[in-house]
Design a protein around this ligand. Sequence first.
Ligand code: CP
Ligand code: NVA
Length: 308
Amino acid sequence: MSPQVRHFLRDDDLTPAEQAEVLDLAAALKKDRFARRPLEGPRSVAVLFDKPSTRTRVSFAVGIAELGGHALIMDAGSSQLGRGEPIADTARVLERQVSAIVWRTAGQERIEEMAAGTTVPVVNALTDEFHPCQILADLQTVREEFGDLAGRTLAYFGDGANNMAHSYLLGCATAGMHVRIAAPEDLPPDPAVVDRAIAIAAATGGSVTVTADAKQAAAGADVLATDTWVSMGQEGKDTSRYEPYAVDEALLASAAPGAVVLHCLPAYRGKEIAATVLDGPSSRVWDEAENRLHAQKALLTWLLERST
Ligand code: CP
Ligand code: NVA
């Protein structure tokens, strides 16, 4: 197995300096979309989905093509992985033919098993625990708005035991930001992720706050972020406990002047976010969705350069 391979399975797989390099490259690629062609050949990238996707599917397909490569997109239902073929066997087969593996799956342990079994970079395209590609796009969006990330405050509202909440904790702490999670007391983020974020923030000058008080979390924040209350696989769940955490005009009024609003999408207007906020002047969600393309192209380029 190559000792040089780099994976991106969770946000803290990049050091603060490395995260900044990827975000710098993402900004450069947004200005000049065809500046880097690491997949020229074309080399192929396997993009596997065990769960539905619109943005991730489109942005990886378009991004891999723009990097000069070919995206081999497979859904679980159409592959042997979906019929129980061992992850390790799939990893060994894929590495003989593709230059990287991008995977959206359920448990984090599944993508860790894939990475452990292959010599090509593996990228987390969302698991139950983390959504690190989304956070790179979000950080790119925040940079576009405010410049330096260090010292800025991002507050997230809603489901604390959630992949977006976990990735904000790690990704924002890595960027030296102050990250606040406002969630019902009995639905907090994973304590191990919170502890890891606190340790990262101690080194980067950021900070971590977990609270049940939405107003307190929003006070003076530069960025308000939320996510669906019903993640994929949780259909039918009772969402009434999340209602005090809806991102609406009143919550936005507590934020810093000029604050912006993020949502990874898909969004449910009138649930986790008011329509007037999602479609209003503070919303940056469409830039955020576009930035998936630039951030992931930068990430793939960066990982491939360090893994060969
Ligand atoms: N934000 C996001 O990952 O969207 P998709 O589920 O559509 O890929
Ligand atoms: N938390 C959501 C994110 C969707 C992009 C989910 O896992 O369904």
